[in-house]
Design a protein around this ligand. Structure first.
Ligand code: SF4
Length: 325
């Protein structure tokens, strides 16, 4: 599958938070490519750096964050681009669906105006053309009565409806790349299916590249071509989706799959198959950050972080060398 040149390439992308003399690593040397027509899913528990990785691509970071490495879009490093030039890429070449629609929408503009604005700005549509296109997009994402909804303000819509507005906004300018952070979490199963189908249709027909962040392995199984697993800011496993689901290699991936299988079966009792919690930035363990929770941990795991080993299209960061089962 990895034959076309990538649309976007992350080379050693890192995000550190600087607090006085301390530098806390939230994303550590992530390498990833996004290709046309391909859906790459990033999975992992909350606090593993998935959302930060997506936000770092567009430099939508808190002031205390320092990015490192490179984010290459058609030969240009977005991390080195002046802010004004980057504004021409956000929402136009790269669309992003954020996790919190209420804080991402402007409360004093109607939702229709917020979707129509980038159409006028980036695609030079007239006011009427942008309104018509926005109403069409609202229909695509399952917003009932799109014409009247155009004039609603965000607070007049439910959480699920606001999420659909965000999705319409991210897709409005037909971006080459879509960064979608938990795009369907707030939606019921029917609308979730409709949104995933719409994203897949855009991906396959228009060659859009998608980075989809989710904690839901059932969604990943439906849409992913490639899967990346993040733990404590590192990409600990990356593989074609089919190979990943047939045999996850990293002990953390294996734990996630076991959790998903338990919840599918509706097992009662212990909710998680992985003991412990994701470490905080300030309390990152030495060596492999997963070692306090890892059922396969060895002595050296606590002393030294494992390198990433490649095997064909697969990559695994574990001392067991991709044999964590
Ligand atoms: Fe477990 Fe060691 Fe592999 Fe880390 S390096 S995942 S602790 S076996």
């Amino acid at each position: 599958m990895q034959t076309s040149p990538p649309l976007l390439r992350l080379d050693d992308l890192s995000v550190d938070f600087v607090s006085g003399p301390k530098r806390l690593s939230a994303v550590h040397k992530v390498n990833l490519i996004l290709q046309p027509g391909v859906v790459t899913c990033l999975v992992g528990e909350s606090g593993c750096g998935k959302s930060l990785t997506a936000r770092a691509i567009l430099r939508l970071m808190p002031g205390s964050a320092k990015t490192g490495g490179r984010v290459i879009l058609r030969g240009t490093d977005l991390l080195a681009l002046p802010e004004k030039a980057l504004r021409g890429i956000r929402g136009h070449k790269i669309g992003m669906i954020f996790q919190e629609p209420m804080t991402s929408l402007n409360p004093v503009l109607t939702v229709g105006e917020q979707v129509a604005e980038p159409l006028r700005l980036h695609l030079n549509m007239t006011r009427d053309e942008a309104r018509k296109e926005t109403e069409r997009l609202f229909g695509d994402v399952g917003i009932p009565s799109p014409r009247s909804r155009y004039d609603d303000y965000p607070h007049q819509l439910s959480g699920g409806m606001r999420q659909r507005v965000m999705i319409a906004m991210a897709l409005a300018c037909k971006p080459d790349i879509l960064l979608a952070d938990e795009p369907t979490t707030a939606l019921d199963a029917t609308i979730q299916g409709q949104i995933l189908r719409l994203i897949l249709e855009r991906t396959r027909q228009r060659g859009m590249a998608v980075l989809l962040i989710t904690h839901d392995l059932a969604v990943v199984a439906q849409v992913a071509d490639f899967v990346g697993v993040m733990y404590a800011g590192r990409l600990v496993e990356y593989a074609p989706a089919r190979e990943f689901f047939a045999s996850p290699k990293h002990p953390y991936s294996i734990g996630l799959m076991a959790c998903a299988a338990k919840s599918r079966r509706g097992d009662s009792g212990r909710l998680t198959a992985i003991e412990g919690t994701v470490p905080s930035l300030a309390g990152m363990p030495p060596g492999c950050a997963f070692h306090p929770r890892c059922p396969r941990a060895q002595t050296r795991c606590a002393r030294q972080a494992p390198p990433t080993a490649a095997d064909g299209q697969r990559r695994t960061a574990c001392w067991l060398g991709g044999d964590g089962q």
